[in-house]
Design a protein around this ligand. Structure first.
Ligand code: F6R
Ligand code: MG
Ligand code: MG
Length: 373
């Protein structure tokens, strides 16, 4: 059976700053999805990661389906009304357009979708990250799908060992979707050369070379590019199919032990170590840290099991301690050097104005200019 998995995620308002959505907001989103999804969706799951609400949906409408995207938009509008009524912070902040225009992509919410020919048993993982941006998945995808140091299936399983094709998007290009397809292992160094720059080049999708099947999809929205100014971080979602011809769930999870440094954190303007967290975890220290949740599902004829919360395990408690220490080390140097993003990536206009105001006060000292008393 052909099934489409769609996850659409947005920040539509939080309690006490950018901490987490309210129970009432979540309740509204859940009931609205159930109401509007009748006859359109096979199954749904609603959860939150930090200040973002994710709606996972299964249906047979294909990717980019206008009805499904409109449903998510209408649900977020209804959630925003509750957020406004409760005085939540940043109510409707990710809904950048005034009205729905046919496709949710480019309107603010993060969208990741795949149409699959369902296998007899179909495991997949929904990743949702907050206080960071789409390039956050570059390193874990590279390690999980192309590096046998993390993904032993690449040498142990003949099917997995055929390798994977990465579709990588240049997110700085705003006229359309500019992508390149590169295959591991032979294009490995080209893939690495692009993915190292996680602000500019982002994994958009990954396919199996054994079967051509879709393995992973990532939301690639950059709110900054849509709105032209700071409107919050892009907080991406990713869907990954696992097992069989794909890496095992554990191989896909393994790279998150690194707690790699990513852009985001306070005011979307710093670097911090990515912390793997249980589902429905809020935001705290320094409007962060950057977090990622991983919910593993099985799906049968479009019906989901309950999620298995992959980062809610004693192993990851140890990792979270280490990751906190890593962020803490960087935080100690405040805004200096790599603790804060480079000027070109700073999300807040304030620093641009500050630099402009100083420009006219700079002067070039002539060789003979006397030193002021
Ligand atoms: C980051 C984020 C927050 C805000 C910060 C200031 O994604 O959403 O760190 O940037 O709390 O928010 P304002 O300027 O709205 O007070
Ligand atoms: Mg927010
Ligand atoms: Mg967010």
């Amino acid at each position: 059976m052909k099934v489409t998995l769609s996850v659409i995620k947005a920040d539509i308002g939080s309690i006490g700053g950018h901490i987490r959505p309210s129970a009432k907001l979540l309740e509204t989103v859940r009931s609205k999805v159930a109401e509007l999804g009748k006859g359109l969706l096979i199954d749904t799951y609603v959860g939150f990661t930090g200040d973002d609400v994710a709606i996972l949906m299964s249906h047979i409408g294909g990717t980019g389906n206008a009805k499904v995207h409109k449903l998510a938009w209408d649900v977020f509008i209804a959630g925003t009304a509750v957020a406004k009524a409760q005085g939540l912070y940043g109510a409707g902040q990710d809904l950048l357009k005034d009205s729905f225009s046919g496709n949710g992509r480019g309107m603010g919410p993060a969208v990741a979708e795949m149409e699959i020919e369902e296998r007899p048993n179909e495991p997949f993982v929904l990743f949702a990250a907050d206080k960071t941006d789409p390039g956050v998945y570059n390193l874990p995808s590279y390690l999980g799908f192309a590096d046998p140091m993390f993904s032993s299936g690449l040498i142990l399983s003949p099917k997995v060992g055929k390798g994977f094709t990465f579709r990588i998007m240049d997110v700085a290009y705003t006229e359309g979707d500019k992508v390149i397809d590169l295959s591991a292992p032979e294009d490995l160094y080209d893939i690495a050369a692009l993915l190292r720059d996680q602000e500019r080049f982002v994994v958009e999708s990954i396919r199996s070379r054994e079967t051509g099947e879709i393995a992973a999809v990532v939301s690639t929205t950059r709110l900054h590019n849509i709105a032209g100014k700071y409107t919050g971080k892009d907080d991406p979602v990713m869907l990954v199919r696992t097992q069989g011809n794909f890496p095992a769930t554990g191989e896909i999870l393994a790279p998150y032990t690194i707690g790699h440094l990513v852009a985001g954190f306070m005011r979307g303007s710093h670097h911090g170590a990515l912390m793997p967290v249980p589902r429905n975890t809020g935001i705290s220290f320094f409007d962060g840290p950057p977090i990622v949740s991983a919910l593993a599902f099985s799906v049968k004829e479009g019906r989901f099991t309950e999620p298995a919360d992959a980062f809610d395990h004693p192993y990851w408690e140890y990792v979270r301690g280490r990751v906190s220490a890593k962020s803490e080390d960087l935080r100690r140097q405040g805004f200096f050097g790599p603790a804060m993003l480079p000027y070109s990536e700073l999300e807040y206009g304030g620093i641009v104005e500050r630099m402009k105001a100083m420009e006219s006060k700079f002067r070039v000292l002539g060789g003979m200019e006397p030193v002021e008393a």
